[in-house]
Write a protein that binds this ligand. Structure first.
Ligand code: HMG
Ligand code: MG
Length: 267
């Protein structure tokens, strides 16, 4: 049997969050249904962030209340603070994803809080989630470059990842938010984090601004990672990371993985 690479599909959240035209809930649900039909089993469905900051995610509660009931399918949602956590769990969400960054400047633009303050908010969220039996995934953004401060110190990536892991995040997704990473840098960054956190608890999340995402995944697969985030059709971008291109396209990733002999469970 071939080895499984787990794909975390982020199109309903990361894929759509930067679209200027509001995508109606019905269409988001249709996208999610089609993803399930093609075998995707982990779909980041929405974000319970401030609708003033990201209007595209304003229907998160309605969407989560209407998610299809698919056996063995997980629907994590992005949560920035306790207020978002309560909104999410009020509509039955069982898994969340929290996010911080390795760049102080990006953290401030993205969440109106520096890294330490954002981690403090997330510590409260994780504590509550642990109490409620809610699974938590963690993101570190700007792991290979920042749109505001440029270079990012890999030691900061490791430090933030370790803190999120210690708070109880079962997996840390390492996000190249603006897609400036290249394969060697991606691999070196992953290995630096993997020296502190076991590889099965790590994932990679590449935006494809310079066409490097698939090559970066390949370098990270060689280094041992087995969970990869992707977004169907390469949709995506972050409203607080100017110039960020779309995410790695799920269909291209699946095609490459199957060609390499990996199994994904996705048609
Ligand atoms: P703030 O303005 O500092 O929040 O925003 P606040 O606590 O001062 O509250 C201000 C107002 O926001 C209040 O409303 C709150 O009720 C409301 P008002 O009294 O003015 O009417 N509010 C909320 N409303 C709904 N849900 C909430 C919530 N929290 C406060 N959860 C905050 C701080 C974090 C909320 C804001 O900065 C925010 O929502 N940021 C989210 C930005 C975002 O979604 N970015 C994109 C996702 S991250 C990403 O794409 C990267 C990733 O893909 C990985 C990678 O690629 O690297 C994950
Ligand atoms: Mg992203």
């Amino acid at each position: 049997m071939s080895e499984r690479v787990h794909i975390v599909e982020v199109s309903p959240r990361d894929g759509l969050q930067n679209e200027s035209v509001f995508v109606v809930t019905e269409d988001k649900l249709e996208l999610i249904t089609r993803l399930i039909d093609s075998g995707v089993r982990c779909i980041e469905a929405a974000a319970f962030v401030s609708p003033k900051w990201v209007p595209q995610m304003a229907d998160a509660a309605e969407l989560c209340a209407r998610l299809p009931s698919a056996e063995d399918c997980r629907f994590p949602v992005l949560v920035p603070n306790l207020q978002g956590y309560r909104r999410a769990t009020d509509c039955g969400v069982r898994e969340i994803a929290v996010f911080s960054a390795a760049s102080e400047a990006f953290s401030l633009k993205n969440t109106n809080a520096g890294i330490e303050d954002s981690l403090e908010r997330l510590r409260e969220v994780c504590k509550q989630a642990r109490h409620d039996g809610i699974a938590v995934r963690g993101y570190v953004s700007t792991v290979l470059g920042c749109p505001y401060q440029g270079k990012v110190d890999v030691r900061k990536v490791v430090e933030v990842a370790v803190k999120l892991h210690a708070m109880g995040c079962y997996q840390i997704s390492l996000g190249d938010t603006i897609g400036t990473g290249t394969p060697k840098a991606a691999r070196d960054m992953l290995l630096a984090v993997a020296a502190e956190i076991p590889m099965p608890a790590l994932a990679v999340h590449f935006h494809d601004t310079y066409g490097q995402a698939l090559a970066n995944v390949f370098a990270c697969l060689e280094a041992g990672v087995r969970t990869v985030d992707a977004s169907v059709s390469g949709t995506g971008g972050c409203p607080y990371a100017q110039g960020a291109g779309g995410n790695l396209a799920t269909e291209d990733l699946v095609y490459a993985l199957h060609g390499m002999g990996f199994d994904t469970g996705i048609d």
